[in-house]
Design a protein around this ligand. Structure first.
Ligand code: ADP
Length: 476
């Protein structure tokens, strides 16, 4: 199968290795695909380095034409693209369709934003000297992405890097290559020159090492676990490869006692289980004010028990399968551990009896836990919602910040004082007040603490792929 895209051609891996792509809802084989390794990666980097010589000298206006055409292609073919995403990832069709709309928006937005990569003129302290600052394309970028958002994750980094005049060697997760193939097709259809974008599906460690070890590759943009992020930091310390890291999260949700309890509980039952909780900014640790804890827990349990689990193609399904058996096993194991930690499973956690194939599990709500429990300490990345309570604002903030992660946090209150004080004291890169989707194409997305470094989306995301240069003229 020729599914690696190197220097403008679909090719097999140099070592002819293959793997089977599995549908997580049926456990059936979708297809057999080539499995790349470090050798293919070096070939791709060579092609990207060669293409960089011309791509980096095109104007942002020329690049924008191509990126906007690719966005239009994604919009035009959204139904087919969404169906393939459901097949490879299991997520409900409506979520897949929404994700493709955002992927197209990212290409369009960066196409326009790169036109505004303004430099500046600096007034100097000498009459015979002039100083200016310009932004230039960084070079070949390695983009490694996770499977949870098969189009959004690659689109976010590829769109920014390509708009900035960089060339790309991309390695999406091997579980969800079909969406990545579609983005490549869209860009090729739009006229992207050969070598500007190269795609590898394959051996993560071998490709990661090749990226770190090849001096032609200037930066790795990584979306994935904190564990692999640390490995890349170790490697980069030897080779000086620059890094942007979008890693794990463990988002607190603070619900104060001035809200409409039923409304927030209902919305929480949807937000927590979007994409089965396999989301780095997923609301995870629910801290509920002690005055409303009982009412909130009762309503939430009722709403979550009504969520429909099944194939992403089925009408009315809220929650699809987890991505792999391994991922489901880890959730089952975590629930077992939680029981030993005196957690009380209020609903869910069982494998649905009517779904004999596929990596399904019923969304769970767990109460009776404290800060030392596994569900408070580790990133869950699955369909479990742990409930905790708090006494007052200080208690809520202390508990929310008591984590090594710092990606997203959520606050629900109708009190302006509470909203402002709490949002300013939370140690997270993204804070949502009275909303569940605090991110946006036009806004910076990045984590504090172990959740990463650098930003994606927004103008910040563009400058991750550009170098700042001071040009100083003397002797005038
Ligand atoms: P997740 O738990 O979301 O799968 P991972 O960090 O394991 O997160 O995977 C995210 C991406 O990183 C995937 O594309 C995966 O193949 C890749 N990856 C995994 N291990 C390594 C590694 N040692 N070096 C580089 N990339 C890796």
């Amino acid at each position: 199968m020729n599914n690696l895209f190197i220097n403008g051609e679909w090719v097999e891996s140099a070592d002819k290795q293959q793997f089977d792509l599995i549908n997580p809802a049926t456990e059936e084989k979708i297809s057999t695909l080539s499995f790349a390794n470090g050798k293919d990666c070096h070939n791709a980097i060579d092609a990207a380095a060669n293409a960089f010589k011309t791509w980096s000298r095109t104007t942002a206006y020329m690049r924008a034409e191509i990126l906007k055409k690719a966005a239009a292609y994604m919009r035009e073919h959204v139904d087919l693209l969404a169906k393939d995403m459901v097949t490879e990832s299991g997520k409900p069709y409506a979520e897949a369709k929404g994700e493709w709309a955002v992927a197209a928006n990212l290409f369009e937005w960066y196409a326009e934003e790169a036109k505004r990569a303004y430099g500046k003129i600096i007034p100097t302290n000498r009459p015979d000297k002039r100083s200016s600052v310009i932004w230039q394309s960084m070079g070949v970028i390695g983009v490694i992405t996770a499977w949870n958002f098969p189009a959004y994750n690659p689109a976010r980094a590829w769109a920014a890097a390509l708009a900035a005049g960089c060339t790309v060697v991309a390695k999406p997760a091997e579980n969800t290559p079909l969406s990545a193939f579609h983005i490549v097709h869209a860009l090729v259809h739009a006229g992207l020159p050969k070598g500007v974008l190269n795609l590898l599906i394959g051996d993560a460690a071998s490709i990661g090492d090749a990226m770190l070890g090849n001096p032609l590759l200037k930066k790795i943009s990584f979306t994935g676990s904190t564990r692999v992020g640390k490995l890349l930091m170790d490697g980069a310390s030897r080779t000086h490869t620059k890094l942007s890291l979008e890693l794990g999260g463990n988002a607190p949700v603070l619900v104060f006692d001035d809200v409409d309890v039923a409304t927030i509980a209902k919305a929480a039952s949807i937000a927590r289980f979007r994409n089965n909780g396999q989301v780095c900014i997923a609301p995870q640790r629910f801290y509920i004010h002690k005055n409303i804890y009982k009412e909130f827990a009762g309503l939430l349990t009722q709403y979550v028990s009504q969520l429909k689990v099944g194939s992403g193609f089925e009408e009315g399904v809220n929650v699809g399968p987890l991505i792999t058996k391994k991922q489901r096993d880890s959730i089952v194991e975590l629930l077992e551990k939680t029981k030993k930690e005196k957690g009380e499973i209020l609903t869910g956690g069982q494998i649905p009896s009517h779904l004999s194939k596929g990596y399904f599990i019923q969304p769970a709500v767990v109460g009776g836990l404290d800060q030392s429990s596994s569900l408070a300490r580790q990133e869950i990345f699955g369909p479990i919602l742990p409930l905790f309570s708090f006494n007052d604002m200080d208690d809520a903030i202390t508990k929310a910040n008591d984590t090594e992660y710092g990606l997203a946090a959520f606050v629900f209150t109708n009190n302006l004082q509470t909203a402002i004080h709490v949002s300013e004291r939370l140690e997270f890169g993204i804070v949502g007040i009275n909303e569940w989707a605090p991110h946006g194409t036009e806004s910076p997305f990045g984590g504090w603490k172990y959740s990463g470094q650098g930003h994606e989306s927004g103008s910040e995301g563009l400058y991750e792929y550009m170098e700042k240069k001071l040009i100083s003229i003397g002797g005038l």
